[in-house]
Design a protein around this ligand. Structure first.
Ligand SMILES: [Zn+2]
Length: 253
C-alpha cells in the first residue's frame, strides 16, 4: 500500500468528484492520505476530511496565502490543536522565497509555528521554495524534537542530507519525473532507505506527461516507479520503505 504523504484533497478542485478521486487512488494502491491545513478558513474542511479512516491531517498556515493570514491566526492554531488532540502534526508552514517582498512576514509566521511545534513535540510539514539553506539553518538553531517533512523537496544531495541530519525526511513528488531535474535525481540516489516519503501535492505539481492537468493521488505510482528506477531497486521496495517512513514521521498506526 502506498501513502500519499502530502495532498490537498480539501481544495475546491476536488469538490465535483472527491469520492471518485478517492476510489481511483484506492484502485491504484494508494491507501492513506496526509492532508495539510493551509489557512484558518480551510481548517474546518481539513478537519472534516480527517474523520475518514484513510485520511490523516495537519493544521497550519501556509506561506503562499500570506494575504489571508491574520496575526491572531497563530493563537487560533494553538487553540485548534488544543481542541483536536487527534491532530498530531503541524503544517503546512514554511518559506516561499519567490515572494521576496513578504519574506519578513513569512519568517515571522513560520517562526511562531515552529515554536508552537517545539512546545508541543509535534512533527512539522514544511513548504520550502528557494530557501533550503536558510530553512535548515533555522531548524538547526531550534532543534525540533519530532522532526518532520520537507515537502516537495527539489534541492541538492547536500541540502537533503542537512535535513536528514536534523531528523527530517524529504518528500519526493512530481519534480522527480522530469528529465531536467538532474540535481534532484542525484539527491534521490543518495538518500537512505528511510529518508524519504512519496507525495503528489495534489492538485498541484503535475507529473511529466500530465502538464496543465489537475494532479491526483492515483498518479503517485509514477513517482514511485521513477524513484525506484533512479535508486536501482524494485518499485515494491520503494513502496514498502516510503510507507513505513511516512508512518514513522507522522505517527500513524
Ligand atoms: Zn502543500
Amino acid at each position: 500500500m502506498l501513502i500519499d504523504a502530502h495532498c490537498h484533497l480539501d481544495f475546491p478542485d476536488f469538490d465535483d468528484d472527491r469520492e471518485a478521486m478517492f476510489e481511483r487512488a484506492l484502485q491504484a494502491g494508494v491507501g492513506h492520505f496526509m492532508v495539510p491545513g493551509t489557512t484558518r478558513e480551510r481548517w474546518p474542511a481539513v478537519l472534516a476530511l480527517g474523520k475518514r479512516d484513510d485520511v490523516s491531517i495537519s493544521l497550519g498556515l501556509h506561506p503562499y496565502f500570506m494575504n489571508q493570514h491574520r496575526v491572531e491566526d497563530v493563537e487560533a492554531l494553538a487553540q485548534a490543536l488544543d481542541e483536536h488532540p487527534e491532530v498530531r502534526v503541524l503544517g503546512e508552514c514554511g518559506i516561499d522565497a519567490r515572494f521576496e517582498e513578504i519574506l519578513d512576514d513569512q519568517w515571522t509566521l513560520f517562526n511562531a509555528q515552529l515554536h508552537l511545534a517545539k512546545s508541543r513535540h509535534l512533527p512539522v510539514v514544511t513548504h520550502c521554495v528557494h530557501a533550503n539553506d536558510k530553512l535548515s539553518q533555522r531548524l538547526r538553531q531550534l532543534d525540533l524534537p519530532a522532526g518532520g517533512l520537507i515537502h516537495a523537496f527539489a534541492g541538492s544531495p547536500d541540502q537533503a542530507w542537512k535535513f536528514l541530519d536534523l531528523g527530517f525526511v524529504v518528500g519526493l513528488g512530481g519534480a522527480v519525473t522530469y528529465e531536467r531535474a538532474q540535481r534532484l535525481w542525484r539527491a534521490v540516489r543518495s538518500l537512505p532507505e528511510d529518508g524519504f516519503v512519496l507525495e503528489t501535492d495534489s492538485p498541484d505539481m503535475p507529473l511529466c506527461g500530465h502538464q496543465g492537468q489537475r494532479n491526483e493521488p492515483a498518479r503517485i505510482g509514477q513517482v514511485c516507479e521513477m524513484v525506484a528506477k533512479l535508486r536501482g531497486v524494485a518499485p515494491e521496495a520503494v513502496a514498502v520503505q516510503s510507507t513505513a517512513t511516512a508512518r514513522r514521521v507522522f505517527g500513524l498506526s
